[in-house]
Design a protein around this ligand. Structure first.
Ligand code: ZN
Length: 156
């Protein structure tokens, strides 16, 4: 038994160690699976209160994605999306899964802006931070704009 037994992370520990999960972990895992894949249906949820809808809208505007919000508020991502849309909030083209991810696409305008900033002395790392993308994504965005990258550590 592990201190995490009886939780989904506990089940993952067993799994990682390639051992048979104990009963409490199996129960926790089954509950997690139902929550994760069957519409987050347990326990039955009351409709979102207007104030939590507003909070969801505000957080979406501030940059949180559907997946993050669904974890925070215990609602299915589709429900979060509907709440956001119902408030007349424009959807971002790609909801971010977490803060920094390759999944977030940069449009050509952003890539052009990044290229201009890079030529003005920004580093790839600074651009990655500013646009909330990975280093690799920023790098690719620049090369896709035909930018010749400076050698790293050249002091610029
Ligand atoms: Zn266990």
């Amino acid at each position: 038994m592990d201190s995490r037994c009886g939780t989904h992370p506990g089940w993952q520990v067993h799994n990682k160690r390639r051992e048979k999960p104990c009963e409490p972990c199996r129960v926790a895992r089954n509950g997690y699976q139902r929550w994760r894949y069957a519409g987050y249906a347990e326990p039955a949820q009351p409709r979102a209160a207007p104030e939590s809808k507003r909070a969801i809208g505000a957080r979406y505007r501030a940059g949180d994605g559907f997946v993050e919000l669904s974890r925070l508020f215990g609602r299915h991502p589709q429900t979060i999306k509907k709440i956001v849309v119902d408030q007349g909030i424009a959807l971002r083209r790609h909801a971010t899964r977490g803060r920094r991810t390759n999944a977030r696409c940069l449009d050509s305008e952003q890539r052009g802006e990044m290229a201009a900033r890079y030529r003005n002395g920004w580093s790839v790392r600074e651009l990655a931070r500013a646009y909330r993308v990975s280093y690799g994504t920023a790098h690719n965005a620049l090369t896709s704009m035909g930018v010749r990258l400076r050698r790293q550590g050249s002091g610029t």
